[in-house]
Design a protein around this ligand. Structure first.
Ligand code: FIX
Ligand code: ZN
Length: 407
């Protein structure tokens, strides 16, 4: 009997590594949390070198080296801010940080000079792109099949676009962000009936793939506060009725330094038992959860072992550094097999998809190689088909199962 290459046992570690890298780099990924917008959202759809360089990860880093006041920086036009970021992090310093190296990866992919003295060439390149073709190209390079946007109907400008009956590019899926409802309840509709009505109206209009919220490190559940009431009386019943997953992003400390604006948020160790309790009390609701603190990652894995309605996802924000992605991915593989979503990009600017996925794939591939190699040493070889099945599950299968749709 002739066995096809895909079903042959990979008993040589060199061949095994080559196959894992090939499969991880070519398998399409569904990006479960981003801040990207479809082109139909006009000014919300960000792309190009000036947006890339003024990403809040990089502005925070710039203030550590450039001697400029916050006020002076924010007063500058975006192009001048981008020039200063480039000069500070890429010319006066070597771009060693993850976010800075990300820019290098993007420039390199497009054949642009990574040691340029200024942004002239990069600006001309991005300005010459046709947006729709550029989106196709970026999705293709990043091997991304779709992205979930973060949609806030209480944002006036965004709400207007939704209300205009916008038809979206099918690769951009919506998610209904509940931060204003759950974290700023003083500014949202008053009665429980009004709040439910508000959610249901927006679910019908947006067709979100989940409802999501970011929560402070101090988040407790149960708790004697309005958020607890809103969760129990509005969000969780609506999630159950509409079969919508709930995404919990826990551990952010907003505006630790308000002068840094969007870059001014920090991290805090949170209480994983809050998510455990929610999973226990609402077994019919599917939860996606990510924690911002490195210290919470092991507890999150243990919680997911106890509750099969809990899907850990991503290495969020300050965790999205190769050394930490590697550590967390390995911990998850050891505790959860392939029943987790290893990464999301959190991209705000289109081309970030390229570097965030390229860098993540490297760490995921390395972690998988070591895992299969250990299995081989223990006496179980794998085939390329099996590797492909694992990677597809982690890159899109788990996500599709949770959001109940094939994206
Ligand atoms: O709350 C969130 O979704 C965070 O990801 C963002 O608000 C944050 O600013 C970010 O971009 C992190 O990557
Ligand atoms: Zn985000």
């Amino acid at each position: 009997m002739v066995t096809s290459t895909e079903s042959q046992l990979l008993t040589s570690t060199t061949e095994l590594r080559a196959q894992v890298e090939l499969i991880v780099n070519s398998t399409l990924v569904m990006d479960v949390h981003t801040h990207l917008f479809a082109p139909e959202f006009n000014q919300f759809c960000l792309y190009g070198i000036d947006e890339l360089l003024t990403y809040h990860y990089l502005t925070a880093e710039t203030f550590r080296s450039a001697r400029i006041s916050y006020e002076d920086f924010w007063r500058m036009p975006k192009t001048d801010q981008a020039d200063l970021v480039w000069q500070t992090l890429f010319v006066d310093n070597i771009p060693t940080s993850e976010a800075a190296r990300g820019i290098i990866t993007v420039l390199d992919v497009f054949g642009l000079d990574t040691r340029a003295a200024n942004l002239k060439e990069a600006r001309a390149f991005f300005a010459s792109q046709n947006l729709r073709e550029h989106i196709d190209q970026v999705f293709d390079i990043a091997r991304v099949s779709g992205v979930v946007m973060t949609n806030d109907p209480l944002d006036e400008a965004e709400g207007q676009i939704w209300n205009s009956g916008v038809e979206l590019d099918h690769r951009f899926r919506s998610s209904l962000r509940l931060d204003r409802l759950l974290n700023h309840w003083d500014r949202t509709p008053a009665t429980v009936a009004e709040q439910r009505g508000f959610l249901v109206r927006w679910i019908e209009r947006m067709q979100p793939v989940y409802m999501g919220v970011s929560l402070p490190a101090s988040f407790k559940f149960p708790a004697d506060d309005i958020r607890d009431r809103l969760l129990r009386e509005v969000v969780l019943p609506v999630a159950k009725e509409h079969g919508l997953a709930v995404t919990l992003m826990v551990g952010v400390r907003r505006r630790v330094n308000p002068k840094l604006r969007e870059a001014g948020d920090g991290v805090g160790k949170a209480d994983v038992t809050a998510v455990e309790r929610m999973c226990a009390e609402y077994p019919e609701v599917k939860f996606l959860a990510t924690f911002l603190s490195r210290e919470n990652q092991h507890e999150l894995c243990v919680a997911a072992r106890k509750f099969n309605n809990l899907m850990p996802f991503g290495c969020w924000w300050f965790l999205n550094n190769p050394s930490i992605v590697s550590e967390i991915t390995r911990e998850r593989l050891e505790l959860l097999g392939t029943s987790f979503i290893p990464q999301h990009s959190d991209a705000r600017v289109l081309e970030q998809l390229i570097y965030k996925w390229k860098h993540a794939r490297k760490e995921i591939a390395d972690a998988l190689c070591d895992t299969y190699e250990q299995l081989l040493l223990s006496g179980r070889a794998v085939t390329a088909d099996e590797i492909s099945r694992d990677v597809t599950r982690m890159f899109s299968g788990n996500c599709n199962e949770w959001i109940g749709k094939s994206v």
